[in-house]
Design a protein around this ligand. Structure first.
Ligand SMILES: *[C@@H]1O[C@H](CO)[C@@H](O)[C@H](O)[C@H]1NC(C)=O
Length: 180
């Protein structure tokens, strides 16, 4: 025989666990957010590794900050690498010119990532995207420099592509921020 008290407990248990498998809402579900972002990028593997390495995030804005910090670290590592190539002093004046241009490109890219971070803090998501787009163009023009003369290969292709791909993550997140 069921007592009224245990019936009440049963009822409360049912109520508090209803619906049976409640899905977490979009913004509290970090892996759902990361999937949402990375599905909008070409290099999903890199996207996940960048966003998962940045510590806990509870919204798209924090994911954008994580990706921007990764982009900054990347640009500055590439800038230092280019600097070491410049200082090594290639005998070929064309290569020296390309490397010097790449050094300027990545200096600009770092400034633009800074501007993008500042825009994120004031919720200027269009500007977040615009500044990162400019930084992405810098990486592309570094790459194009070497291609502008036949017989030359960029020593920075992998790095330029990685930086470019990190930038596309930020652009994907800023589009989600603009939509929501
Ligand atoms: C840039 O970031 C990518 C992705 O995290 C990484 O694979 C690559 O090694 C980084 N490049 C430099 C120069 O740090």
């Amino acid at each position: 025989m069921i007592s009224p008290a245990s019936l009440l407990v049963l009822l409360l248990t049912l109520l508090t666990h209803w619906p049976p498998q409640a899905q977490p809402t979009d913004t509290s579900d970090v892996s759902g957010m990361i999937t949402q972002v990375c599905d909008h990028t070409l290099n999903g593997k890199l996207c996940r590794s960048v966003l998962e390495s940045g510590g806990p995030a509870s919204d798209y804005s924090e994911l954008a900050r994580i990706a921007l910090r990764a982009a900054m670290a990347n640009a500055s590592a590439i800038f230092n690498h280019v600097d070491s190539l410049v200082r090594a002093g290639d005998p070929d004046p064309f290569v020296r010119q390309c490397l010097s241009d790449c050094s300027d490109d990545y200096q600009d890219a770092m400034d633009q990532i800074e501007d993008s971070l500042a825009a994120l803090e004031t919720r200027g998501y269009d500007d977040v995207s615009a500044w990162v787009g400019a930084a992405m163009n810098d990486a592309d023009s570094c790459e194009e420099g070497f291609k502008s003369k036949t017989g030359y290969r960029s020593p920075l292709t992998d790095m330029n592509e990685a930086f470019h791909d990190i930038c596309t993550i930020i652009i994907a997140i800023s589009h989600l921020l603009i939509e929501t």
